[in-house]
Design a binder for this molecule. Structure first.
Ligand SMILES: CC(=O)SCCNC(=O)CCNC(=O)[C@H](O)C(C)(C)COP(=O)(O)OP(=O)(O)OC[C@H]1O[C@@H](n2cnc3c(N)ncnc32)[C@H](O)[C@@H]1OP(=O)(O)O
Ligand SMILES: O=C(O)CCC(=O)C(=O)O
Length: 381
């Protein structure tokens, strides 16, 4: 039997933590479009914003809740009565309350200690339940909190009637092995749902999220393209693909929709998608090196573990400074051209020179030009 959940619930926070990325600000229409696209892609839960930010945010969350058919729309709140009241005005049936759980954050933000946090959890969960809201609790800075205290936190949430604890690696300081161990420990303490929210300061957010699931997390908090504070959060597309490919976990998210989601979020966030971004980057399924291409042309599996078609993407063979003869021959054949060995050598030399001078892949139209010159010239194009 698997030690982890075969079906993991995705909680997307693009519209909350994603929008906290410096300079990112989604319009009302963009929020509705992103929420609709997330739902259409099969995302179960959408963390839709922070009602305490004001009436515009309350209105946008209310509109997303009215629009949603299956996805749950969840407002993010501090652990205060006024934040819960603002969330209640959105008309949703669930609310997520955040409390600091590391001693450093408790002291700095509340000016108190651990006992106060436990008391607040009881009080605020009760306040939200009395308003007809289901409540999850986020432990801010959980990765720097005392583990025994975290166990008391999850017990306090359960006793108060909360249904989930979100463990936040707020500063992105965990490693996958530690994350897995922590979730194993927490899962032994409680029957409530456990969620992981990871930041990418050390480039480990995706790895830590998968490790949390391995340790017992049933829910993962992610943002499209990894938007979010500082270096961002665990990217939805990486986590969904990684859960499926490495742990065999289903998420309900349609892999074919990931590229579209990335495009609409990139546009609304005014952030270009890096070419080498896993799954959704323009080069994520492209190959240039001669040794790779020669292998791929015989058997795609030699250098391709992820089938691009599963993600609605295509394999591309690009010509450049690392191309070999197999790539050149195959590209020539794709445009109806043939060359003998000697001519192939000249074309390869010219392709490499061209790539060096332009610092771009060599297009097929350029290859055709190089080919046409190659029967008479040996010079560089
Ligand atoms: C790690 C994270 O991502 S946490 C989420 C961060 N998200 C945001 O900050 C959303 C955008 N924020 C905002 O619009 C504003 O900060 C608001 C509307 C939430 C609050 O604005 P202000 O009232 O001006 O407060 P300000 O931003 O200066 O300070 C935050 C206050 O929240 C308090 N606070 C912080 N976390 C919590 C919490 N979990 N529960 C209760 N209070 C909290 C702080 O101690 C501080 O209190 P103080 O005003 O008594 O000093
Ligand atoms: O408490 C939470 O819900 C998590 C807040 C957050 O975004 C973080 O700690 O990084």
């Amino acid at each position: 039997m698997l030690a982890y959940q075969p079906r993991v619930i995705v909680n997307d926070s693009t519209l909350r933590d994603g929008e906290q990325s410096p300079g990112v600000a989604f319009s009302f229409a963009e929020k509705l479009a992103i929420a609709a696209a997330l739902e259409a892609a099969g995302v179960d839960e959408i963390e839709a914003g922070t009602p305490a930010m004001g009436p515009e945010d309350v209105e946008a969350i209310a509109a997303m809740a009215a629009q949603a058919q299956a996805a749950e729309i969840i407002p993010w709140c501090r652990a205060t009565r006024s934040d819960i009241d603002a969330a209640a005005r959105t008309g949703v049936s669930r609310v997520h309350l955040s409390v600091p759980v590391s001693d450093r954050q408790i002291r700095t933000k509340f000016g108190t200690g651990r006992a106060d946090v436990l008391a607040r959890i009881g009080e605020m969960v009760g306040y939200a339940l009395d308003r007809g809201l289901r409540v999850s609790i986020g432990g801010e800075d959980a990765s720097r909190a005392d583990t025994d205290f975290l166990k008391r936190v999850v017990v306090a949430i359960e006793e108060a009637g909360g249904h989930r604890f979100r463990f936040a690696d707020t500063l992105g300081v965990l490693d996958p092995f530690g994350t897995c161990d922590l979730f194993r420990e927490l899962a032994r303490e409680t029957d409530i749902e456990l969620e992981f929210h990871g930041h990418d300061d050390l480039g480990l957010a995706t790895a830590n999220t998968l490790a949390a699931v391995r340790g017992g997390a049933s829910h993962v908090s992610v943002c499209v393209l990894g938007l979010g504070e500082r270096a961002g959060n665990a990217p939805l597309e990486e986590v969904v693909a990684g859960l499926s490919e490495t742990l065999g976990c289903a998420t309900g998210v349609d892999l074919m929709q990931l590229a579209h989601l990335a495009e609409i979020v990139a546009q609304a966030a005014c952030r270009p998608i890096p070419d080498n971004k896993p799954i959704v980057g323009s080069l994520a399924f492209s190959h240039e090196s001669g040794i790779h291409v020669s292998g791929l042309l015989r058997d795609a599996g030699t250098y391709e573990a992820l089938d691009p078609a599963r993600f609605g993407r295509e394999r591309r063979i690009l010509l450049g400074r690392h191309s070999g003869r197999a790539a050149i021959s195959s590209s020539l054949r794709s445009i109806g051209l043939e060359a003998d060995q000697q001519r192939l050598e000249r074309i390869l030399a010219d392709v490499r020179a061209r790539a060096l001078s332009t610092k771009q892949p060599v297009e097929l139209s350029e290859l055709a030009l190089i080919y046409s010159r190659s029967d008479v010239a040996e010079g560089i194009v």
